[in-house]
Design a protein around this ligand. Structure first.
Ligand code: DOR
Ligand code: ZN
Length: 429
């Protein structure tokens, strides 16, 4: 049956729409967009007061399956994605076994097809076992649907290794996504080196440990001609490096996470909340402000969460022993609406670029626009809904959000993937 979404405020800069209209969906595609559409026999959903945008994609998500299902699995992770308003996620390959060959890519895709609540675009490892020693089975993975390469969770330590991976792998046309971390410089660092590490008495994770690999990776992208994407960029100088690379016309993009924009090292207090232990670490207020500025001026191409679920017992250990990472899928849209859109730092159109258009462009996915013929991957949100982040509301198996207790304005209410509802009125289908 056709589906008619009525009276939502549609924002889609690619389609040039910013206003109230109706969307008629027939099958998996949009059939018509316009005012006062009347379709006999269609199921009608009234979205008065809501915003309707191209489906959001989170390009940095740890679904943990196969191997770490005690933290999250593809079913629970994609349920969290739908709950957060996403129609698709790019899954990271630091699974067990590592997603570094076609069989594992195929496994992720098949579980997602059977149990998923959103589209899953799997990323494959750049090196076998994430060890940084041998190139992964890139061609095999691409043949099975891998959308990008990354050793996320680790930086590729050898510059020569990265060069070989890019030189070889660029023939597949995929983006190389870099988690930038020089292990020799960072060592066992766990909070930003400087005021935070001194105040807390914890080992410092220096900004330069990230920046040195951003600079190196940009140089190697220039040398090889491969497409480079900097993951979870966290420092002002890192942003400067990306800005310069873009000014030179290099194929370099980057993403920022809500936690690096809206939290700082100052949030880590004497309670040593392990939910605030993330990699790279929360940085200074100046760094966070530089990220927000870069999000507004176009230097940052995508907002991605680095959703990194962990079991309670893992995060309940001492700060030094707890794993890095916080969840993000269910708070991202609310945080962006509250901290960037409501404050006037960006408009809804820029939000759509950062959360829907940019991720698809970087991952080489079919773009979704609110226009006839487009895939009906659609996110609907209530811009005025006020809510408090509460772990009891999470669909994710994990509770390790660093934003518990935050008061937010704006929340996804309805999500459609290929014309099929995955969330209706705030309830995941
Ligand atoms: O905080 C993080 N957690 N950063 C990463 O890069 C990896 C991730 C994880 O896998 O838990
Ligand atoms: Zn990472």
């Amino acid at each position: 049956m056709a589906l008619l979404l009525k009276n939502a405020h549609i924002v889609d800069p690619a389609a040039g729409i910013d206003g109230v209209a109706d969307v008629l969906i027939d099958g998996e595609r949009i059939a018509q967009v316009g005012e006062g559409i009347d379709a006999a026999g269609a199921e009608v959903i009234d979205l008065t007061g809501k915003y309707l945008v191209p489906g959001l994609v989170d390009m940095h998500v740890h679904l943990r399956e196969p191997g770490y299902e005690h933290k999250e699995d593809i079913e629970s992770g994609t349920r969290a994605a739908a709950h957060g308003g996403f129609t698709g996620v790019c899954s990271m390959p630091n699974t067990d076994p590592v997603t570094d060959n076609g069989v594992t890519i195929e496994y992720v895709k098949s579980v997602a097809a059977a149990k998923g609540h959103c589209r899953v675009y799997p990323a494959g490892a750049m090196t076998k076992g994430l060890k940084g020693e041998i190139i992964s089975e890139m061609g095999d993975m691409v043949a099975h649907g891998c959308v990008a390469f990354t050793d996320d969770g680790r930086g590729v330590q050898g510059a020569g290794m990265l060069r070989r991976a890019m030189d070889y792998g660029k023939m597949f046309g995929k983006t190389f996504m870099s988690h930038c971390q020089d292990e020799d410089l960072v060592g066992d660092g766990m909070v930003n080196e400087g005021v935070a590490s001194t105040r807390l008495g914890l080992l410092g994770w220096p900004a330069v440990g990230e920046e040195i690999q951003i600079a190196r990776d940009i140089a190697i992208a220039e040398l090889t001609g491969a497409k480079l994407h900097i993951q979870h960029i966290s420092t002002a100088h890192g942003i400067e490096l990306v800005r310069e690379a873009k000014a030179k016309g290099l194929p370099v993009t980057c993403e920022a996470t809500p936690h690096h924009m809206f939290l700082t090292e100052d949030a880590i207090t004497g309670t040593y909340d392990t939910c605030l232990k993330v990699n790279p670490p929360l940085r200074t207020a100046d760094d966070a402000a530089a990220l927000v500025e870069a999000v507004a001026d176009g230097t940052v191409d995508a907002i991605a969460t680095d959703h990194a679920p962990h079991a309670d017992w893992e995060k309940s250990r001492e700060f030094e022993l707890a794993p890095f990472g916080m969840t993000g899928l269910e708070t991202s849209l609310g945080l962006v609406l509250t901290n960037l859109v409501k404050t006037g730092k960006i408009g809804y159109d820029r939000m759509v670029e950062l959360m829907a258009i940019g991720p698809r462009r970087i991952l080489g996915l079919e773009q979704v626009t609110i226009a006839a013929g487009s895939l009906a991957d659609i996110t609907v949100f209530d811009p005025e809904a006020t809510w408090t982040v509460d772990e009891a509301d999470f669909e994710s198996q994990a509770k390790n959000s660093g934003f518990k207790g935050a008061e937010l304005t704006g929340r996804a209410t309805d999500v459609f993937v290929g014309g099929v509802a995955t969330m209706r009125d705030g309830v995941v289908c």
